[in-house]
Write a protein that binds this ligand. Sequence first.
Ligand code: HEC
Length: 149
Amino acid sequence: MRYALILLLFIVSCHESTTNTTLIAAKDFETDHPGKELMKTYCYACHSPTASHDERLGPPMEAIKRHYKTTSTTKEEFINDIKSWINDPNEQNAKMFGAVRRFGVMPKQPFPEDTIVQIADYMYDYELEKPEWFNAHFNDKRGKGARKF
Ligand code: HEC
């Protein structure tokens, strides 16, 4: 019980530091949030955090989160943006131009709406698992100090 409380405090404090745009180490927090498993089941085939940079079929979910969530994005806006992308993925609506160029537009797939809501809810609140190369690559591309997410 005491352990659970410590873990909870840890999650809460890390969550706060994320919203302050502090870059923290990759952590796949233990949680029973249903969105976590749903994301693995429905999204990791293409958005796997462990596929190597050269072998992946799409960007890691953490990269998506950083394009969709800025410090001022509310959870409601975030969930709606993910939902509207899933309902109609197309080049005009894409925010990730580099990913579209590299992988082509995400194919439209029939995901149940409540599944997407759960996944987006999880993405918004939790630090996501990301690949080893991620931070170096991300900082490289954006340049230190110019980082904006
Ligand atoms: C069959 C492969 C595949 C699956 C499965 C998949 N995606 Fe994607 N997704 C892609 C590719 C490729 C891209 C990058 C190109 C793009 O942005 O359209 C992408 C990009 C995205 C983007 C960013 C779109 C943009 O450019 O603004 C979001 C958001 C997204 N995916 C959400 C999801 C979610 C949530 C799931 C699971 C429910 C999922 N995807 C499952 C292939 C997939």
